[in-house]
Design a protein around this ligand. Sequence first.
Ligand SMILES: [Zn+2]
Ligand SMILES: [Zn+2]
Length: 284
Amino acid sequence: MNVHLLGVRGSTPAPGEPFARYGGHTSCVAVTVAGDPAPTLVLDAGTGLRNLGPLLGQAPFRGTILLTHLHWDHTQGLPFAPGLDRPDASVELRVPAQRGRSAARLLSRSMSPPSFPIEISGLRGQWRTRLVHPGTLTVGPRFTVRAAEVPHKGGRTFGYRVTADGACLAYLPDHALAGRPTAEARALATGADLLLHDASNGFGDRAAADAYGHSTMDDAIRFARACQVRRLVLIHHGPGRTDTDLDALAAQVAVAEEGGDLLIGLGREGDVIPCGQPAPAAVH
Ligand SMILES: [Zn+2]
Ligand SMILES: [Zn+2]
């Protein structure tokens, strides 16, 4: 699999020159399986979904979008992605089940008048909305996905474990790791080739992480090591963190990486990360 980071910012977009290198778009990841010309699976639909277009060339998107939860930074790209809003698009949009409501009803709480001019049904193309329940689901012809609820704040939130062609990606962009990780969270990440994990807060920034239902960088690194992950990429950067701030955190991450088997880095918008292939040796 190739994993494309289309948006690595959490909470709200961060436009402008101070944020240009790590990128300002919110949560969105596209996955391409070897042999496919373009991504057929997208994880979350933050404003980074606008970056999907160049990966599709002139083609429409035909595949599945899995949302971890319904916070704005994971949904606001839905109506603004040119490859999706066109007559020949075919999109299965899946939403964590909650409150006994249909997927369309859950989505319409934030995407319908007066909050937004149209509902999902107003987009062009063939859109199907479905709920996701905890467990294992087959997504298209290539992916098997395990879905499980993880701790966060304000609505039910899932993490996903995506496998294809023997490679394994774990995706937990919004995950409160305070205290012991849950068995469900550990099961999602254990042995993954690549873990994309919430690092909204820096080293030791415990109070802020707990207040907003996120994780610190040291939380994420400890969790990845305990789960014997091969490579950890930290995402969901706080919207106030400039490139300079993130460079400083990357230096701390490099120190944390020393002497261990776990490869650790900070995700940047535009990164394409091979998953399930031999990882490069860590440079110390
Ligand atoms: Zn988020
Ligand atoms: Zn969230």
